[in-house]
Design a protein around this ligand. Structure first.
Ligand SMILES: Cc1ncc(COP(=O)(O)O)c(C=O)c1O
Length: 466
């Protein structure tokens, strides 16, 4: 039975000059960190605590909301507010809702990206979402809906009209991008969208800009289409606009959450980037891959919304749901969507109809929105675990499913090796560079391991960093 707090050990000071909600949040956080309040304990209702502290209910609500967002608290079936399960369960006892580890033999090279690994191995490499918590009934309903679609002999290369309409509505609502179905092409994911853009725009020898450090797949795809890769430096905020060459045909960028450093491109820099693109005629390829998962920060407008003529936006369900579904989208001006459709026809490239129909059902029924809300909370909790353990060493943690920890160059490889020996798989910054490596450290992903394993694995990292 959870203990119910009538004597919660918190107080606020009206003379302190700090907002009461912030003070209350700090006190509660301290109590949870210090173990006075522990996992599963129920907090007083906002009304009861407001009365006890003689503050308005809004103060308590605001403090609770902040702690919810950070992952410290959770609600249960409308029955109150509880301290979230952030504690390390006893050895051998996993998170309640999480499945047993995958029982595939351990064959993971230290810097490889094999997916199968054995029991007890904790994978903290970035790029994988948590796929185990989903609404089974909604998933089955979506695939029953997919079976209603008769097989098509000549599918539209732009995708199912029903899904393009649902995606346009989703993007208008969630990203405030004013688009209609004529702006949307359904892809199999970001990599497929990138390749269609490259096949349409790039000729051998064209120069293609990619953030440095940046997403390896973008470099591979552009190089595969014969382009010369031009590494474009990034800093804490994202891609550096001053100094971008004038002769790029395309520039690949991740403004919502720079991959892998984690910056969010500020508005003035977004505007300068678009001015550069208009002046030079370059097409900006905006990978919006992490925009769904954002913590404690307001959304920034997509580059595409700021200048639809110059930007192609790529999105994907790979992180929001699962890479396995093979559905993503591309947003561009209608004439460019038509050009891409011609490329697609020429390559006999397409997204499977049943998967598109299933995604349309998930969007129309609100199931994807519900899933995203649930996952946002879950990832916020994991991120809170990582930040709690590694503290100010962590950077790039305002969004997405990974953080950065900078370290001296000589420390990285031995640390990755030592962690591997203890069953913790890590990714180093080195892999994300095309040219000389200017920054060093770890890119820690918290998508694919359970919350308890994230805590265990990151504790090993903290111990090894010393
Ligand atoms: C930077 C970035 N963009 C996009 C994706 C998703 O790619 P796709 O939709 O091709 O699975 C990932 C997945 O790891 C990623 O890291």
């Amino acid at each position: 039975m959870p203990r119910s707090f009538v004597d919660l050990p918190v107080s606020v000071d009206r003379g302190a000059g700090t907002a009461l909600a912030v003070q209350l949040g700090d006190r509660l956080r301290d109590a949870m960190r210090g173990g006075t309040l522990t996992s599963g304990e129920r907090l007083p209702s906002t009304r009861a605590l407001a009365r006890r502290l003689a503050v308005s209910r809004t103060v308590v609500t605001e403090a609770y909301q902040q702690l919810y967002a950070e992952g410290w608290l959770e609600g249960r079936h409308g029955s109150g507010t509880y301290v979230a399960d952030m504690a390390l369960p006893p050895e051998g006892e996993g998170d309640r809702r999480e499945p047993a580890s995958v029982s595939v033999p351990l064959t993971v090279p230290v810097n490889g990206y094999g997916n199968g690994h054995g029991p007890g191995v904790i994978d903290l490499r970035p790029g994988q979402p948590w796929v185990h918590d989903y609404d089974r009934a909604a998933w089955r309903r979506a695939w029953r809906g997919a079976a209603d679609l008769p097989p098509a002999s000549d599918p539209d290369p732009r995708g199912l009209p029903r899904l393009r309409a649902a995606l346009a509505e989703h993007l208008r609502r969630t990203r405030a991008i004013p688009v209609g179905p004529e702006n949307v092409m359904v892809t199999r994911g970001t990599g497929n969208g990138l390749d269609l853009v490259a096949a349409t725009l790039l000729r051998p020898g064209d120069r293609a800009g990619v953030e440095e450090p940046g997403y390896r797949v973008a470099r591979n795809v552009f190089a595969g289409r014969g382009a010369e890769i031009v590494p474009c430096p990034v800093d804490e905020d994202g891609v550096v606009v001053d100094g971008l060459p004038d002769d790029l045909r395309v520039l690949y960028t991740t403004p919502a959450h720079q991959y892998p450093l984690g910056g969010r491109l500020p508005i003035p820099r977004r505007e300068r980037l678009l001015a550069w693109a208009r002046r030079t005629g370059a097409i900006v390829v905006e990978d919006d891959y992490d925009a769904e998962f954002r913590y404690d920060v307001a959304p920034l407008p997509a580059l595409h919304g700021l200048d639809p003529g110059q930007v192609v936006l790529l999105g994907s369900l790979s992180k929001a749901l699962t890479p396995d579904i093979g559905v993503g989208w591309l947003v561009a001006r209608p004439s460019f969507v038509e050009a891409l459709a011609v490329t697609r026809d020429a390559l006999a490239d397409r997204t499977g109809g049943p998967a598109q129909q299933a995604v349309a059902v998930l969007l129309e029924k609100g199931d994807l929105d519900r899933h995203l809300r649930r996952m946002r909370l879950e990832y916020a909790r994991r991120r809170a675990v990582v930040v709690d353990i590694l503290g100010s060493r962590v950077t790039g943690d305002t969004a997405g499913l990974h953080v950065m920890v900078e370290l001296p160059e000589h420390a990285v490889a031995p640390l990755v090796e030592a962690a591997h020996a203890r069953g913790v798989l890590l990714d180093s910054m080195a892999r994300h560079y095309h040219g000389p490596r200017l920054r060093h450290g770890l890119v820690i992903g918290y998508g694919s391991a359970s919350r308890a394993d994230v805590r265990r694995g990151v504790s090993v990292v903290a111990e090894l960093i010393g």
